[in-house]
Design a protein. Structure first.
Length: 299
């Protein structure tokens, strides 16, 4: 009893009160749903009827599901194309906004704004209208240079995914802010020494800036890669997965299996498959880290 009273000291009670919302949220919104999802992955479950145990049936079904592997291929294509473009664009803008001026805070906020709005339904609808046959891109931008041919950007399987890639690149704000933080960590003395030695901007970037910012690039690469694999809103609202499945991303395919075809058990198995796939991709990226990420620190 004495130990119990000692544990219930006012400081311990205060700590428990402050920590409990996080612990409760972790259990209620992460641990329990993950446990239920794992159980559903080994069950037949159509949302309406109670789940029944089915063993490895859902995982065996994946091996012969052609639409699944098409969605995996399309998702990889989206990630491989959009993530490097997004990071390159974010780093370029971060370097432009690196210098401090009176208006720089406003500029940074304006460039960050697309990341706050980019995942919203309203922006997805606006993006869809932009690339309609009679949309702004054809009737205003291409018309201004005499190239308007009324091309169906969203209805052509060769170009539909590129409209989503452009939207992803447009949402570069979060990566840009992280790059700005990384650039501020580089000692100014390095640039002063390079300037005294007569080094140009290109030499300075590739010999000083880029090597020292590679840890930040790696962090952004991991986060944006995970986000790319989980892309849903843009494909769901703008293209609906079409045309001919060219934008049927994995998250969208999993959603359709759950709420359109009522194969919630199969969708749960797909979720665990995606978790394993992300673990493999992250493992490969971490395996390459020692070859190009500088971890020597600043001296």
């Amino acid at each position: 009893m004495r130990k119990l009273f000692q544990f219930l000291h006012i400081e311990n009670v205060a700590a428990i009160i402050f920590v409990s919302p996080f612990v409760i949220g972790l259990i209620a919104f992460l641990a329990i749903p993950m446990g239920m999802s794992l159980y559903y992955a080994f069950s037949r479950f159509d949302i309406i009827s109670p789940p029944t145990f089915a063993g490895l049936e859902n995982f065996r079904r994946m091996t012969s599901d052609a639409q699944l592997w098409q969605s995996v291929r399309v998702t990889f294509q989206f990630v491989v194309l959009s993530v490097p473009l997004r990071l390159a664009f974010a780093l370029g803008v971060a370097m432009l906004l690196f210098k401090s001026t009176k208006m720089m805070g406003i500029y940074r906020a304006m460039y960050y704004l697309p990341s706050m709005l980019g995942g919203s339904v309203a922006v997805a609808i606006l993006w869809r209208r932009l690339f309609f046959v009679t949309g702004t891109f054809n009737n205003v931008i291409l018309e201004a240079v005499g190239l308007n041919r009324g091309f169906p950007w969203l209805a052509d399987e060769r170009t539909a995914i590129w409209t989503l890639i452009l939207l992803s690149v447009w949402q570069f704000g979060s990566s840009m802010l992280i790059f700005l933080a990384g650039l501020k960590q580089i000692p100014e003395t390095y640039y002063e020494a390079a300037s005294i030695d007569g080094a140009g901007k290109i030499f300075t970037f590739f010999r000083i800036t880029f090597p020292l910012i590679t840890p930040t690039i790696f962090f952004n690469l991991i986060m944006q890669t995970i986000g790319g694999f989980l892309t849903f809103n843009s494909a769901f609202i703008i293209t609906g997965g079409g045309p001919l499945g060219s934008t049927n991303f994995f998250a969208l395919y999993m959603y359709n299996q759950t709420f359109v075809f009522h194969n919630a058990g199969y969708a749960a198995a797909l979720a665990w498959f995606m978790l394993g796939l992300l673990a493999i991709v992250a493992g490969i990226l971490f395996g390459t880290k020692r070859f190009w990420v500088y971890e020597g620190g600043f001296s």
